[in-house]
Design a binder for this molecule. Sequence first.
Ligand code: ADP
Ligand code: MG
Length: 203
Amino acid sequence: MSQAMHDALIDEATATIAANAEELTALDQAIGDGDHGINLKRGFEAIAAEKTKLADAATGDALMQAGMKLVSTVGGASGPLYGSLLMGIGKALKGGAGLEASVMEGVALVKKRGKSDVGAKTMLDVLVPVAATLEATGGQPVPARVAALRTTADEAREATKPMLATRGRASFLGERSVGHYDPGATSTRLLVHAACDVWERTT
Ligand code: ADP
Ligand code: MG
């Protein structure tokens, strides 16, 4: 991946999180403690502050460093979880795996770290189907792939609304978690869109 693509990914992710921080916080106020937007804003601003260093690194190393930044700057469950995602993808890329397999590795690490899986009303409800779509569309042209990824992320985030939370803070609410979008699934959807926008623009 080129230096320009690293730069664009960092810019796009940081911008979408900043633009939607209030919405993410409002969602977390409904079924959590109201810090998801501010948590991620802090984390991505810390990554953006190291943009020059990250742009120069190989993609695998840059992702591992960005993941560690998230772990160290984001208070809350989402920091270590998104950190695991990026570190898992980065480590697999460094080991020579392709993009699809590397994303699968990252998602597997989130499951392990969160002791969770699909159906618990978390970011995994978007991450798992998105990783599956990435794999299933391998070999298709980029415009078709990004279109499929965006649709998958939109539908998967939508599907978290009627779910009952069984992991994370929202699970403390029991039945009262039903009828609200999961904040982490919502931020994952935003980040998938950001990555797709960059991928589409730079190919
Ligand atoms: P906290 O819950 O510690 O306040 P955040 O508000 O930043 O952290 O993030 C909350 C989001 O983290 C949830 O909406 C959910 O998507 C995700 N999450 C929480 N616990 C888990 C878990 N065990 N596995 C996967 N995702 C989780
Ligand atoms: Mg929270």
